[in-house]
Each structure stands twice: as C-alpha cells, then as structure tokens.
Design a protein around this ligand. Structure first.
Ligand code: SF4
Length: 286
C-alpha cells in the first residue's frame, strides 16, 4: 500500500501563527482570553485551555489585568472598538489574508457598490468582514443567490475558506442580477492549494482520509470535495476513528486535513494507517 499525503494538509500559516501566539501569551501572562475557540478543533482547544488560554463569550468576562487575543479569522469592528475603549491589552492574531479581505470590501464599498459576501452565516470570519461595511448581504448558497433582488452595482468578496465551486455557482447567479458587478476573489491561497491537492488526490487514490473536526467548516468542505470524486472518502477527527476494514484491497491511500487540524493528530492518523498497510514511509503529494 502507498500513502500520499497532501503537502498543505493541516494548519495554514494564519492558524499556526495564532496558536503559537496564544501559547506564548499564556506563558508570559499566566492567562490569555479569547472570544471563542481559536480553531475548530476540540483537541487544540483543550490543550490550550490547560496552558492558560481561556475562552469567554464577552469582553466583560475578562479580568482587567489579562490580555485578550483576537483570533486568526478576524474580529468585528464593534468588538475592537469596545476593547480599545476598555483600554484592554489586545494581542492581535488576525491573519494578514483576512485583513486583506477587510481592505478589499471597504474599497468596494467606497466605489458605491452594494456589498455581497459569499460565506457561512454566523461564522466569525464572515461577521468580521461584514462589520467593515454598512448593511452587506451574506449569501451562502445558490438558493440564497436566486432570491437576491436586482442591483445596479455590487461588489463581491468571499470568506477565505470557501470552495471555488460554491463561489463560482453563486457568482454565476449574481451576474444575472447585477448590471455592474466587481468580484474580488478572496479565497486565500492556502485554501486554494489544499482544495486543489485534495481534488487531485481523490481522483488518483483508492481511498481518501480527511482529518478534521466535524465542527470545522473547512474540513467538512474538503471531505465534500473528496467525496464528489471518490466515494471511498472518510472524515476522521483522530486515529481511533480509522477503521481497518476500509483498507481492504486498497493500494493507494490519500490523506489530507483541514486548516484547523494540528500536526500531532495528522501524525497519529498516519502512524495508524502505516501499521494497517505495513508501510514504512508516506509520500508527500503536491
Ligand atoms: S484559512 Fe487562509 S485566511 Fe484563514 S487563517 Fe488560514 S491562511 Fe489565513
């Protein structure tokens, strides 16, 4: 059996830097507080909590002398302003690629366009993008795009982790509704790379394993891309969920992982697959 591992499987640089900053800040200050989970991965959140990085649901629940860490996927303007007003010690881990989306959406608004964000309702990154402009419309699916009314001029950005396919479908519909449309493709390059690797792997491999929490939209999207091309595709959150029966008559296994899956879990899963298939070493793909 051969194991091909997507080169960009796992943490993107934005998440990697944010997690490191959370550990460093907790080490330095005793504790650090975050408004929600730093990544959608239960193992990472638990480990960070043990290290002193705590999750709260409001700035009011953070002790005065402790820092607040703003996560990789960005923070709304309102939250930034109230933290500044409270004179809090802010540790900013916002990914530079998310900041670019904030800039792009503001430019589109400055051109007088109605703003449309292609993204998941209620997702923190989408809330952060939406807070940069006035009354944006958020669209997550083609069905929602179909009910959009007509606009003379609009500007579209997307959440960084959307699939190209979903954004394309939605843009095709929006094109029929807007006369003067400008779309800035803000799917980030780590997401694009990860998605293109998983599509190629799913076509070449007999079995696909995607590692990631089911609470991670990014991991779920990767699994959906794999399943579309290879019906022997499975998502697991850790090595215990690997079922040896999946590997019968399998010659090539493809492995990828969502942007919120830590290396330690990826390595555990690889070790388990190697044991099942009696494989010495995996091959990096991409
Ligand atoms: S998914 Fe992309 S935009 Fe989001 S944190 Fe990672 S690199 Fe940054």
């Amino acid at each position: 059996m051969k194991i091909l591992v997507a080169k960009d499987a796992g943490y993107c640089f934005g998440v990697r830097d944010a997690v490191k900053l959370a550990y460093d800040t907790a080490n330095k200050n005793g504790d650090v507080y975050m408004l929600g989970d730093i990544v959608h991965n239960e193992n990472v959140v638990k480990d960070l909590e043990d290290a002193g990085a705590k999750v709260v649901d409001s700035l009011d629940n953070i002790p005065k002398d402790k820092p607040v860490l703003f996560r990789a996927h960005g923070t709304s303007v309102e939250t930034w302003n109230s933290a500044i007003k409270k004179n809090m010690n802010i540790v900013d881990a916002t990914c530079p690629l998310v900041l670019e989306i904030h800039e792009e959406v503001k430019k589109l608004e400055a051109e007088g366009r109605k703003i449309i964000i292609v993204g998941d309702h209620g997702h923190d990154e989408v809330k952060g993008i939406a807070s940069q402009v006035k009354d944006p419309i958020i669209i997550s699916s083609s069905n929602e795009a179909l009910s959009l009314r007509k606009y003379k001029s609009a500007g579209v950005v997307s959440q960084s982790t959307q699939t190209i396919e979903n954004v394309q479908e939605i843009i095709n519909i929006i094109m029929t509704k807007v006369f003067d449309l400008r779309f800035v493709n803000t799917i980030c390059f780590p997401t694009k790379r990860n998605q293109s690797q998983i599509k190629e792997l799913a076509e070449q491999c007999d079995l696909m394993v995607v590692i990631g929490s089911f609470t991670s939209a990014n991991s779920n999207r990767l699994t959906a891309l794999a399943k579309k091309r290879n019906n022997k595709s499975y998502q697991v959150t850790n090595a215990d969920e690997i079922n040896p029966d999946w590997f019968q008559k399998v010659e090539i296994v493809g492995v990828s992982a969502g942007a919120s899956t830590p290396d330690i879990i990826i390595n555990d899963v690889l070790e388990k697959i190697k044991k099942i298939g009696n494989v010495q070493k995996e091959i990096i793909y991409g």
